[in-house]
Design a protein around this ligand. Structure first.
Ligand SMILES: Cc1cc2nc3c(=O)[nH]c(=O)nc-3n(C[C@H](O)[C@H](O)[C@H](O)COP(=O)(O)OP(=O)(O)OC[C@H]3O[C@@H](n4cnc5c(N)ncnc54)[C@H](O)[C@@H]3O)c2cc1C
Length: 221
């Protein structure tokens, strides 16, 4: 679910695509009233910020769901240094809910007229779990320099018939998708295990140097 907050009357600013800590005004959760979220909105979307949360049924997430329109939340940040460089070709690698900052980066690239090619490789367990699917497909249609490649890791659990790629995001697929790009920057976001393994493989199997890598691990699940 995506939650949008007005920043009117505040001085909040961020870079594409940083994170925040979002503190709810009233929630009784054993792990407290705050969670970290990458922003799924772009700085080019003026006057608002958005977070997109995987709904787990935790008291915090339920509190988020039942915020009333107009209610105030405390936002700490911007945090994190996952920064998008629109001047270079980019390969975005998203595991599950790790797609959130990439929606913001693609929106930013589209809104600011960035011309560099961008490839998003996006994995989810089942196709129903893909967030922003319609919007991503529309962005690709409107901007031929963007491409989105989906893969499903547990097609047998899906209600929807899936005709696309199956299996995890692996190095041969990354090579295939990014092959034609000239010295792209690689961005990896997902749960710690998936994301750190992918970063290690990009370094050891593709020889990608640290300066060409940006990554964020979504701890806390
Ligand atoms: C930089 C960053 C960006 C993120 N961006 C997103 C995003 O865009 N969307 C999104 O959905 N999630 C994001 N997350 C994850 C998010 O912050 C939450 O941790 C996650 O959503 C789980 O929260 P929950 O309330 O659903 O689960 P819960 O199970 O209630 O866990 C919530 C918190 O409690 C802690 N916790 C859980 N079990 C224990 C335990 N046994 N002992 C001690 N502490 C425990 C976890 O570390 C976690 O911080 C991000 C995390 C990070 C670090």
């Amino acid at each position: 679910m995506t939650f949008r907050f007005s920043t009117e009357g505040t001085e909040f600013q961020f870079l594409s695509n940083q994170a925040i800590r979002l503190v709810l005004p009233r929630v009784d959760d054993p792990y407290g009233p705050a969670r970290s979220f990458s922003l799924s909105s772009s700085p080019s979307e003026r006057g608002l910020i958005a977070v997109t949360a995987k709904m787990t049924g935790s008291p915090y997430k339920e509190g988020l769901k039942y915020l009333r329109p107009g209610e105030r939340v405390l936002v700490m940040g911007p945090l994190g240094d996952l920064l998008f460089n629109p001047d270079r070709p980019a390969v975005f690698i998203a595991g599950g809910i790790g797609v959130t900052p990439f929606r913001g980066m693609l929106r930013f690239a589209a809104d600011t007229g960035a011309t560099q090619p961008i490839r998003l490789l996006y994995s989810a367990r089942v196709p129903e779990e893909f967030a922003f699917r319609e919007e991503l497909d529309a962005l690709v249609k409107a901007h031929p320099q963007f491409r989105v490649h989906y893969t499903v890791t547990r097609p047998q659990e899906s209600q929807e018939r899936w005709r696309g790629r199956t299996g995890r995001i692996d190095i041969p697929w990354i090579r295939k998708v990014s092959g034609e790009l000239r010295r792209p920057k690689f961005y990896v976001v997902g749960l710690p295990e998936m994301a750190s393994e992918t970063v290690q493989r990009l370094k050891s199997e593709m020889g990608i140097p640290e300066e060409d890598l940006e990554y964020e691990y979504f701890g806390g699940y």
